[in-house]
Design a protein around this ligand. Structure first.
Ligand SMILES: [Zn+2]
Ligand SMILES: [Zn+2]
Length: 373
């Protein structure tokens, strides 16, 4: 199963389709400068106006929070289910209508096109906690949370973005379509559709207030996503692998629709639940199950329970109830040489050629279907 280096054909930056290339400088601006303008100044100013003026002085109805949460969730699930579990890690398959729905939901989140988000995230999984990790948590809470978006990329990150394999995304017509028409789709699904809905629900809103509220939705959902990179890489138990920084964090799971079970996720990134337990604070898994039940999602990858227990006993920190404390542990430190060898780095997901035979063997597939989509 393990391939030689020659068999791995990464897509170099200069081989990317033109739809992808234009996003290395969004709208012609350096990415960190663009982020500073859009996210840091504009969005956070909108949050401050709402929290310090609109809500306490009754300028906008507190009931506007309800559609903000609902529409925020639509974008959030576009990230957690679509961008993360489907396109980055390939944990399940989806028919074309579901792919289109997930693509539009991901556009609602305005976290850059799918390919760009996935490329960063695959690099994060492969080079976690090193200089090549885009949001390297060893550089502190603020860097991993949001600072990484406002600073020029570390040269190691630039290098790895060029070699990480995203050839599957470069071949995906829906991913390419989204990149090609991204700046046409964003105004429609991020501004026009929700603003019409808000105006209909709250006719007293001015256009400016409506615009500000959309950025509140954006900013809050961004922070909830960012907690996965910051809080879930700092605080929590490590029942599956004590050698990595990612941790089990229930608060992050609550805020990020089930993405806080992060020690499990980094140990088994190809599991569609991104957690050991299906419905335990995990709205994203419920979403996938719903579409699996109607036949739109299928071939859901998960990890066999018995083999999971072996892993808990071998590399866990002892916090898991099934951890066998009588087990005599090998005291030799876990070999971290993989951090220096490109061919034996952790796999980013199911499609990664670096996925080991052992990991394939412990994987089970649910809702299998021979031919769909
Ligand atoms: Zn992570
Ligand atoms: Zn991930």
């Amino acid at each position: 199963m393990r391939e030689t280096k020659e068999d791995i054909k990464p897509v170099a930056a200069n081989e990317l389709p033109p739809e992808f290339k234009k996003f290395d400088k969004p709208l012609g601006v350096e990415q960190h400068v663009y982020n500073q303008i859009l996210v840091l100044y504009m969005t956070h100013t909108c949050i401050l106006i709402t929290v310090l003026y609109y809500l306490p002085f009754g300028i906008v109805s507190p009931w506007t929070i309800v559609p903000l949460i609902v529409y925020g969730y639509i974008g959030g699930l576009g990230i957690t289910v679509g961008c993360h579990r489907y396109w980055t890690h390939k944990t399940f398959k989806a028919n074309k209508p579901l792919q289109v729905i997930m693509m539009l939901m991901q556009t609602v989140s305005m976290q850059y096109p799918i390919f760009k988000w996935c490329r960063d995230h695959r690099v994060h999984h492969k080079y976690t906690d090193t200089d090549a990790d885009p949001h390297n948590a060893t550089r502190g809470f603020w860097f991993s949370h949001i600072g990484w978006l406002f600073l020029p990329k570390h040269p190691e990150v630039e290098d790895k973005l060029k070699i990480i394999d995203i050839s599957d995304l470069a071949r995906d017509p829906i991913v390419r379509f989204q990149s090609k028409y991204y700046w046409q789709l964003v105004p429609i699904v991020f501004y026009i559709v929700p603003m019409i809905l808000f105006q209909w629900m709250f006719p007293e809103l001015t256009l400016f207030q409506n615009f500000v509220l959309q950025h509140v939705r954006y900013g809050v959902s961004l922070h909830f996503t960012f907690f996965v990179n910051s809080l879930a890489h700092m605080w929590g138990d490590k029942p599956y692998d004590k050698e990595i920084s990612s941790s089990e964090n229930a608060l992050v799971s609550f805020l990020a629709a089930g993405e806080g079970w992060h020690n499990y996720h980094h140990t088994f990134p190809w599991d569609y639940k991104a957690a050991e337990f299906g419905y335990k604070i995990n709205v994203s898994t419920m979403f996938i199950h719903f579409f699996a039940m109607i036949g739109w999602a299928y071939d859901l990858k998960t990890v066999s329970h018995q083999l999971l227990v072996d892993r808990i006993n071998r590399t866990g920190d002892g916090s898991h109830p099934l951890f066998n404390h009588a087990h005599v542990h090998d005291k030799t430190p876990i070999n971290n040489d993989h951090k220096h060898s490109e061919t034996s780095l952790p796999a980013w997901g199911w499609g990664d050629k670096a996925l080991s035979k052992d990991d394939v063997v412990i994987t089970e597939t649910l809702f299998t279907s021979k031919r769909r989509g």
